[in-house]
Design a protein around this ligand. Structure first.
Ligand SMILES: [Zn+2]
Ligand SMILES: [Zn+2]
Length: 129
């Protein structure tokens, strides 16, 4: 039974102003308990933000898995997110290339999904601004 858990999770994020984000956080918290890979999430439990909004944080560098980490240079990689085109670029701060790892591909995939999920909330207003 996941419903009581979901209610508790929703209350946990009652103060998150973006209600679509709050719903996603609650949903993914519940899914994570059921086996979802935390690194496949599009909402971040730690920062309570969409992934593409906080992936820049040092907390998202995971040397062991190679997330935002260039093993060749032992350097941190940055993530560039273009909110208009949906492009996501991972780039090592030292050699300037994208670490060719599964972790890099996962970052690109999840950040794109995060962008899409966040924008899905404003289908009518996006063009009106
Ligand atoms: Zn985060
Ligand atoms: Zn490098």
């Amino acid at each position: 039974m996941t419903t009581p858990l979901l209610v508790a999770d929703r209350q946990r994020y009652a103060d998150v102003r973006d209600r679509r984000l709050a719903a996603m956080l609650a949903e993914e918290d519940a899914a994570e308990d059921l086996g979802l890979d935390p690194l496949e999430r599009v909402s971040c439990r730690l920062h309570r933000r969409w992934l593409h909004h906080c992936v820049h944080s040092a907390d998202h560098v995971i040397k062991v898995t190679g997330h935002r980490w260039c093993r060749d240079c032992s350097s941190v990689a940055s993530v560039g997110v273009d909110e208009l085109t949906g492009d996501v670029l991972v780039r090592c701060g030292s050699c300037g290339t994208a670490p060719g790892t599964a972790a890099t591909r996962q970052i690109v995939r999840t950040c794109r999904a995060s962008l899409a999920a966040a924008q899905g909330f404003f289908p009518d207003h996006a063009g009106a601004r």
